[in-house]
Design a protein around this ligand. Structure first.
Ligand code: 13P
Ligand code: SF4
Length: 322
């Protein structure tokens, strides 16, 4: 509508004026993803977001996603200004893994190599030997396992179990979960698949093991998008945040994408396949981030001493992925 169009035009102008680029995650709302694409920014998974922000010449990054993505950007490029539509956009994995408790867990198992998911605070990353995102987690754990490392993993227990099962690695596990993916239900998914016998099932590995077991493809957001292009099926049942449908449909307009069921047969679910924190990244919030005199609610700062430590396992991941 008109108001949105006006926001879009203002944001485009502001991005130019402020030498800023918009870096958005696949789970943000379609209008945010479209704006990032139109303005020379990127729409990506969490690994590609980190890389894009670090390599892009703009002096300001506007990170439309959740807090850990902004912190990762600031950690990797301390000289850039990193703004977020709102710093209140957190993640249940980050919330469920406080740095002091996680540090105590690590300290109790000093013979383990600490591998943490990117969905954590800079303080948790600072205690880690490796940071991984879902698109590179399997390869990195495989590599560490082949070198004989015992692994302490956190915080997502479903992703951890999936990796342990795939690699056979011995993994001590923090018991975190994603509020969105934890809601997908295997029984209802199985029924839906029976009703759509030609559909392929795409599952993000933050989902429960029973759901992962039904999948035709398991992977990060970027890997699921790739599978939606490459698999021969004309219909897909997708168990991840529904923000991803924008890119899948854009790349394959002739295919049909169906949401995987949450919470059973119409029962209430906490987040109904859309991350409540990703949803905070509206056009209005992006405009505020760019115009606010007082950036307290928008600018990401990471304690330089922590950032220096967190940068080591982050760069290890980026080097491994290169
Ligand atoms: P990806 O790394 O697959 O983009 O996942 C990030 C995330 O928050 C998943 O819930
Ligand atoms: Fe965190 Fe889940 Fe939201 Fe991803 S979808 S940001 S893992 S709460």
């Amino acid at each position: 509508d008109e108001a949105k169009q006006a926001y879009r035009e203002r944001i485009k102008r502001l991005l130019k004026e402020k030498d800023a680029v918009l870096v958005a995650h696949y789970y943000t709302d379609p209008e945010i993803q479209a704006l990032a694409e139109e303005t020379g920014g990127c729409v990506a998974d969490s690994l590609e977001m980190a890389r894009f922000g670090a390599e892009h010449p703009a002096s300001t990054l506007v990170v439309a996603g959740v807090r850990f993505m902004g912190e990762t950007a600031k950690t990797l490029t301390p000289n850039k200004r990193v703004l977020m539509p709102t710093l209140a956009a957190t993640c249940s994995l980050d919330l469920g893994c406080p740095a002091d408790e996680f540090t105590a867990f690590c300290d109790a198992h000093p013979d383990h190599t600490v591998v943490v998911y990117a969905n954590t605070s800079a303080a948790v990353k600072a205690r880690a030997d490796w940071v991984v995102t879902s698109s590179i987690a399997l390869e990195i754990v495989e590599h560490l396992d082949s070198e004989g490392h015992k692994i302490l993993w956190g915080p997502d227990r479903h992703l951890g179990s999936y990796i342990a099962k795939q690699t056979g690695a011995e993994m001590l596990m923090w018991q975190g979960a994603c509020v969105v993916h934890d809601e997908f239900k295997a029984n209802a998914l199985f029924d839906l698949k029976r009703q759509n016998p030609n559909a392929a099932v795409l599952v993000h590995p933050e989902s429960p093991q029973s759901v992962v077991e039904i999948a035709d493809a398991v992977g990060s957001t970027s890997q699921l998008i790739k599978a939606s292009q490459e698999l021969p099926n004309d219909t897909f049942i997708v168990a991840t945040d529904k923000g991803i449908f924008y890119k899948m449909q854009q790349l394959s307009p002739e295919k049909t994408f169906i949401e995987a069921p949450t919470g059973g047969n119409g029962a209430t679910c906490r987040s109904c396949a859309h991350c409540p924190w990703m949803a905070m990244n509206g056009l209005d919030a992006i405009e505020r981030a760019l115009t606010a005199e007082d950036k307290t609610e928008h600018e990401v700062f990471v304690d330089p001493a922590l950032a220096e430590k967190a940068m080591i396992p982050l760069n290890r991941m980026l080097d491994f992925a290169a």
